[in-house]
Design a protein around this ligand. Structure first.
Ligand code: ATP
Length: 299
């Protein structure tokens, strides 16, 4: 199978500091591949390598089946990118920014109106970019990346610093671009809650290592079941659990215990009640993805 992006045993060091180790990415056409990791995990470094802004020693990155080392110019023609903040001319309108960039890229300026439409800036096209909200600036940045109709978009934390409406707009835009415009998107983020709503595939990176790669469905198979317990005295309940060597964690006002089956949950309830703990609430839930993510990167 030919992947839109494929890296094989990608390593990278800044001087003597190893930053990335054995990264094997496989991004299929039409996906929204979310590259997830905390600050400093290695996301931007990976993206810069994909774009040829940093050089890998080995010839181990291929995009559209071509080597970024050997065919960089050709490969870059098919990629639009946005790394963190878009570089905009604030004194120019949104439309002028796009026209200016189209001329630089030597692509027809006739595509500018369609881009404005896609990124929902048609009504503000003649406003100065300096007067745009952060969300509008990010959308214009994505618009700039879309000039020349690239098949692949590489976006580094495009929702960083945006309010919920701004985040929603970008989320819908990315979905539209893959579902209706045939694009493939590689997007980095440090927020799993953000990623799980749009990703068709997720790569989790930490300390320069790829710890998981798969769909959200595959990721959620790793979610554990747990019992949530809310009672009148956490201290007494904790002592009772300790006395039976039942492992628990503590979250806000609740105790979290691994779930095996409903019999175990009923027994636990009886045990606490018979020892004078008032159980206000006891229920079974799947571990949330955010905790699973934290567990994966701690492992
Ligand atoms: N030019 C550089 N020289 C030396 N070390 C660097 C350089 N750029 C980044 N690093 C280091 O490489 C590691 C990975 O950084 P990177 O920017 O790729 O992480 P990230 O996951 O994108 O995080 P962030 O979201 O904070 O940008 C960090 O430890 C960082 O300090």
């Amino acid at each position: 199978m030919e992947y839109t992006i494929e890296t094989k045993h990608l390593d990278f060091s800044f001087g003597n500091s190893p930053i990335l180790s054995d990264i094997n990415l496989q991004v299929k056409k039409g996906e929204i591949f979310c590259f997830l990791g905390h600050n400093g995990a290695g996301k931007t470094t990976t993206i810069k390598l994909l774009l040829g802004l940093l050089q890998s020693k080995e010839d181990n990155i291929s995009i559209f089946g071509k080597s970024i080392k050997k065919e960089r110019v050709e490969v870059l023609k098919g990629i639009g990118s946005l790394i963190e903040q878009p570089s905009l001319y604030e004194h120019m309108t949104g439309r002028e920014n796009l026209i200016n960039r189209a001329k630089l890229l030597q692509t027809p300026t006739s595509g500018v109106d369609e881009v404005l439409e896609i990124v929902d800036l048609k009504d503000s096209a003649n406003k100065k970019a300096g007067k745009y909200s952060l969300g509008m600036k990010q959308r214009l940045g994505i618009g700039l990346a879309l000039l020349g109709d690239p098949q692949l978009l590489i976006l580094d934390e495009p929702t960083n610093g945006l309010d919920p409406n701004g985040i929603l707009a970008i989320r819908n835009l990315l979905k539209d671009l893959t579902q209706n415009k045939g694009k493939t998107i590689f997007v980095s983020s440090h927020l799993l809650s953000e990623v799980e709503k749009i990703a068709t595939e997720v790569g989790i990176v930490d300390h320069g290592k790829l710890l998981f790669q798969g769909s959200i469905g595959e990721l959620s198979k790793n979610q554990k079941s747990e019992i949530v317990l809310h009672c009148n005295s956490l201290d007494i309940a904790k002592n009772l659990l300790d006395a039976k060597a039942i492992h628990f964690t503590h979250e806000n006002n609740e105790l979290i215990i691994g779930f095996n089956d409903y019999t175990q949950m009923a027994e636990l309830n009886k045990y606490l009640v018979s020892n004078n703990v008032d159980v206000y609430e006891i229920y079974h839930r799947k571990q949330d993805l955010e905790h699973l993510f934290l567990e994966i990167i701690k492992a």
